[in-house]
Design a binder for this molecule. Structure first.
Ligand code: SAM
Length: 286
């Protein structure tokens, strides 16, 4: 396929910003974990990163855009024949609905489509076959995943990342390295997993804990759980009642969650009922 104008060709809908910079392509390869596990690449696009990946590993790539699937089937005819490269066309999120992305241990390496980048990383946290995640994302997202406790960016995403392993922001990438350039600075993020996390209730609990990040943690929790229970947990764990959400470390969140999780379903339901009652009242008043 001959593409005359890459900017016109790129689909916004699929988050297509093609990485056209050899220095960064090589830096991604150098940052990969040092073993010979298969690589899963999400969104191979025109295949620039894929070309570097197939030189060093066996690769399975997932691409949603049919035009690119056609292009990649021709471009990678040889590695496909050799069994070095496998192309799966379709939405990668649908693949995850039926279990692991691959039926063997793998490393995820990708320049991700930014509109679903966080969602993809959270899916990879839950995928037991996924051993590590090396991805280009919006810098702001990378900072949130890699932040340490007490940094102002420490968030629910940081807690989830440190619950599965270690997150590192490897390097930043300026918009000019892509065609077309995105409106934001990008960064490559590495998450080395030592376990998977598959507890949706823990994610729901963190949403409550970080609902208002600059307020006190106890206040965020009391918005959903009873004040007495929250106070007694803070006493039991000897926590300062003035603690802000970014000042509590990952293990504290796990301790609080273990104390509260049995209350989570009921409390969430009652909060939703309260919200829908107040919405109904408001709409009557309009
Ligand atoms: N890897 C290429 C590169 O570095 O130049 C392209 C990266 S581009 C930022 C994102 C790629 O993800 C595009 O090829 C796009 O079509 C693909 N993509 C977007 N949504 C997808 C989805 N739901 N499932 C699989 N691929 C997707």
């Amino acid at each position: 396929m001959i593409i005359e104008n890459l900017v016109e060709f790129a689909s916004k809908k699929f988050g297509q910003n093609f990485l056209k910079n050899d220095v960064y392509l090589h830096k991604i390869i150098q940052a990969m974990p040092n073993d010979d596990l298969r690589v899963a690449e999400i969104g191979p696009g025109l295949g620039d990163l894929t070309k570097e990946l197939v030189k060093v590993r066996n690769v399975t790539a997932f691409e949603v855009d049919k035009r690119l699937c056609e292009h990649l089937s021709t471009e990678f005819e040889e590695p496909i024949k050799n069994g070095n490269f496998e192309l799966r066309c379709g939405d990668v999120l649908e693949r995850w609905e039926s279990g692991s992305l691959l039926d063997e241990p793998y490393h995820l390496v990708a320049n991700l489509p930014y509109y679903i980048a966080t969602n993809i990383i959270l899916k990879a946290f839950k995928d037991e076959h996924c051993r590590s995640i090396l991805v280009m994302v919006q810098k702001e997202v990378a900072v949130k995943f890699a932040a340490s406790v007490k940094q102002k960016e420490f968030s629910a995403l940081s807690v989830l990342a440190s619950s599965v392993g270690k997150a590192t922001l490897c390097f930043e990438v300026e918009p000019e390295a892509f065609v077309p350039p995105p409106n934001v600075t990008s960064a490559v993020l590495l998450i080395e997993k030592n376990q998977s996390h598959n507890d949706e209730k823990f994610e729901a609990f963190l949403k409550i804990a970080f609902a208002q990040p600059r307020k006190k943690l106890s206040k965020n929790l009391v918005a959903v759980f009873s004040k007495d229970i929250v106070n007694s947990i803070f006493d039991k764990l000897e926590l300062d009642s003035n603690l802000r959400p970014h000042e509590a470390g990952t293990s504290i969140y796990h301790h609080i969650y273990n104390e509260l999780k049995d209350n989570l379903d009921g409390k969430q339901q009652s909060r939703q009922q309260k919200q829908s009652k107040s919405r109904a009242k408001n709409s009557q008043n309009r």
